[in-house]
Design a protein around this ligand. Structure first.
Ligand SMILES: Cc1cc2nc3c(=O)[nH]c(=O)nc-3n(C[C@H](O)[C@H](O)[C@H](O)COP(=O)(O)OP(=O)(O)OC[C@H]3O[C@@H](n4cnc5c(N)ncnc54)[C@H](O)[C@@H]3O)c2cc1C
Length: 455
C-alpha cells in the first residue's frame, strides 16, 4: 500500500507510451512527477510508429475497398486518386491531436513536463538540457523510457529522399514508383501492404524462406499469396548488403549476387535502443547490448530506477510499454503488482488480411514439444465474410487437451486485430473453451467463427 514515507518524487525520462503511462498512473496515485521529453508527448509511437503507420494502413484499405467494390455490385466507384499532401496532413493531424490530448491529461493530473533532453548525473540526480539551458532535477525514483529508433546497417546510407527508414515513410512528396523494401518482419510487411495498396510497385527482400520468419508458416503463406496477387515481387533468401544510388535510381545488392533496382528503398530491419548519452553509467545502471535489462517488476539493477518500453528489449509494442509503465507506477508506490505475462499479449500485424495472435501459437507448442488441441475454421465459410467479400483467412484456437483451458489463438482475416479480443480475454482469464463455444455471438458476424473454432 501507498504510504507517505515511500519516496514519491518520480522522474520519467521519455514521454512515449511507457513514460506517459508511468507518469500518469504515478500522479494519480499521489506521486510528484516530472516528465522529460525532447520531442512530443506520445513519443515515437505517435510521431513515427504505431499511429502514422496505422493511419496509412487506413488510407490504403480504403483505396483497396474502393478498387475491389465491383465484387459487391458497386461498379463505377469512380476514379481513385491518391493525394500525398492530404494523406501526410491527415497523418500529422492525428499525431498532433493525440499528443495534445496526452499532454493535457498529464498537466491536469499535476505532472510537471520539462521539454529537453534528460540525462542522469548520479543515482538520484539528473539534468535536463532544453532551450532555456540546463535544469537540475532530484528524484527518489526514476523511469527510463526513451524508446528506440530504426536500425540502419553500416552498408546503408539513409538520405531521407530515396533511401529511407520508416521515419520518412509518412511525409513523402510523391508516391514511390518502384519501392524496394528490405526486411520482412512485422514492420516490413505492413509497409509492403501500405505502399502496394497506394499504388507503388513493391519488391520485398526476404532474407529467409518466408515472410514473418518467426510466425506460423501457414500465416506467412496467406500473406504471401495476397502479396503475389497484387503484383508484389518477393526476393526470397536474399540478404541485402549494399545500396547504391545514381540520381533517382537506387540499387540494392544482395549477398547472393542478385540485385534489384527501384526509385526508393525503405529499410525495415529492426530497431536500436535510445540509451546513449543518458548518463546510465553515472547512476550505475547496467546495459546489455544497449538495452536496459529489467527484472519482473521492471526495476533495473539499481532498485529505485525502473525502465519501460522498447529500451528494455522486451516485446517492443506500445501496448506492452503502456502496461509496463502502469505496473511500474503501482510498484514504486508500494502496491502489490503481478508480473506481466508477455506470452499473453495480444498482437496484430496490420496487413490485409490482418494477422492477430495471442498466447501459445502452434509453432511455439511444437518447439516446446507440448501437447495441445488445435481447432481451426476457415473464414471462407463465414456468412459475414461472404457478404463482405473478404473470405481469406481463418480462426485457430489452441487449448489444453486435458483441461480444455484456452492457451491462445490466431486470427487471420478482416478485422483480426479486433476479433482476437475474446480469445485474448479467454487466454488471460484461463477460461475453458466452453466459455467461447457457449457465448452466443451476433449473427451474421465474423465473431461466430471464434465460437465455432473453439468447439
Ligand atoms: C513502424 C512501426 C509501427 C509500429 N506499430 C505498432 C502498433 O501498431 N502497435 C503497437 O503496439 N506497437 C507498434 N510499434 C511499436 C511501438 O511504436 C513501440 O513499441 C513504442 O513506441 C515504444 O514506446 P516507448 O515508450 O518505449 O517509447 P517511444 O514511443 O519510442 O518514445 C520514447 C520517447 O522518449 C524520448 N526520448 C528519448 N531519449 C530522451 C532523452 N534523453 N530525454 C528526453 N526524451 C527522450 C523520445 O523523443 C521519444 O519521444 C510500431 C513500431 C514501428 C517502428
Amino acid at each position: 500500500m501507498f504510504s507517505d514515507d515511500i519516496a514519491s518524487r518520480l522522474l520519467v525520462i521519455g514521454g512515449g507510451p511507457g513514460g506517459h503511462a508511468a507518469a500518469s498512473s504515478a500522479a494519480t496515485l499521489g506521486a510528484s512527477v516530472t516528465l522529460v521529453e525532447d520531442q512530443v508527448v506520445g513519443g515515437a509511437a505517435h510521431l513515427w510508429d504505431c499511429i502514422p503507420s496505422k493511419a496509412m494502413v487506413a488510407s490504403s484499405m480504403r483505396i483497396r475497398a474502393i478498387r475491389n467494390a465491383a465484387v459487391l455490385g458497386v461498379s463505377d466507384a469512380g476514379h481513385v486518386e491518391l493525394d500525398m499532401g492530404n494523406l501526410s496532413s491527415h497523418v500529422g493531424r492525428i499525431a498532433d491531436s493525440l499528443s495534445r490530448g496526452f499532454t493535457e491529461m498529464l498537466v491536469s493530473q499535476g505532472v510537471e513536463i520539462i521539454r529537453g533532453r534528460g540525462r542522469l548525473t548520479g543515482p538520484k540526480t539528473a539534468v535536463v538540457t532544453g532551450d532555456g539551458g540546463d535544469v537540475e532535477v532530484t528524484f527518489d525514483h526514476a523511469v527510463i523510457s526513451t524508446g528506440s529508433r530504426p536500425r540502419v546497417p553500416a552498408w546503408a546510407q539513409v538520405d531521407g529522399e530515396r533511401i529511407l527508414t520508416t521515419r520518412h515513410a509518412y511525409h513523402l512528396d510523391e508516391l514511390p514508383d518502384r519501392l524496394i523494401i528490405i526486411g520482412s518482419g512485422v514492420t516490413g510487411v505492413e509497409m509492403v501492404h501500405i505502399f502496394s495498396s497506394l499504388g507503388s510497385h513493391v519488391t520485398l527482400l526476404v532474407s529467409r524462406h518466408h515472410v514473418l520468419p518467426y510466425r506460423d508458416a501457414e500465416v506467412a503463406t496467406v500473406l504471401e499469396e495476397d502479396f503475389l496477387s497484387r503484383g508484389v515481387e518477393l526476393l526470397k533468401g536474399s540478404r541485402a548488403c549494399e545500396i547504391t544510388r545514381e540520381g533517382d535510381v537506387v540499387t540494392v545488392h544482395a549477398e547472393d549476387g542478385r540485385s534489384v533496382t527501384g526509385t526508393h528503398v525503405l529499410l525495415a530491419v529492426g530497431s536500436v535502443p535510445n540509451s546513449e548519452d543518458l548518463g546510465l553509467d553515472a547512476a550505475g545502471v547496467a546495459t546489455d547490448g544497449g538495452f536496459v535489462p529489467v527484472d519482473e517488476f521492471h526495476r533495473t539493477n539499481v532498485e529505485h530506477i525502473y525502465a519501460a518500453g522498447d529500451v528494455t528489449g522486451r516485446l517492443p509494442l506500445s501496448s506492452v510499454a503502456t502496461m509496463q509503465g502502469r505496473k511500474i507506477a503501482r510498484h514504486l508506490m508500494g502496491f502489490e503488482v503481478r508480473p506481466l505475462e508477455y506470452r499473453k499479449v495480444a498482437q496484430a500485424i496490420f496487413t490485409e488480411p490482418e494477422i492477430a495472435s495471442v498466447g501459445l501459437e502452434e509453432v511455439d507448442a511444437a518447439a516446446e514439444g507440448r501437447k495441445v488441441r488445435i481447432t481451426k475454421v476457415p473464414l471462407a465459410a463465414n456468412p459475414r465474410a461472404l457478404i463482405q467479400g473478404d473470405t481469406s483467412g481463418f480462426v485457430k484456437v489452441v487449448s489444453d487437451p486435458a483441461t480444455r483451458v484456452v492457451l491462445g489463438g490466431t486470427v487471420v482475416g478482416h478485422h483480426a486485430s479486433e476479433l482476437i479480443a475474446p480469445i485474448a480475454l479467454a487466454t488471460q482469464g484461463r477460461m475453458r473453451v466452453e466459455a467461447l463455444v457457449e457465448t452466443i455471438m451476433v449473427h451474421p458476424s465474423l465473431s461466430e467463427s471464434i465460437a465455432e473454432a473453439a468447439e
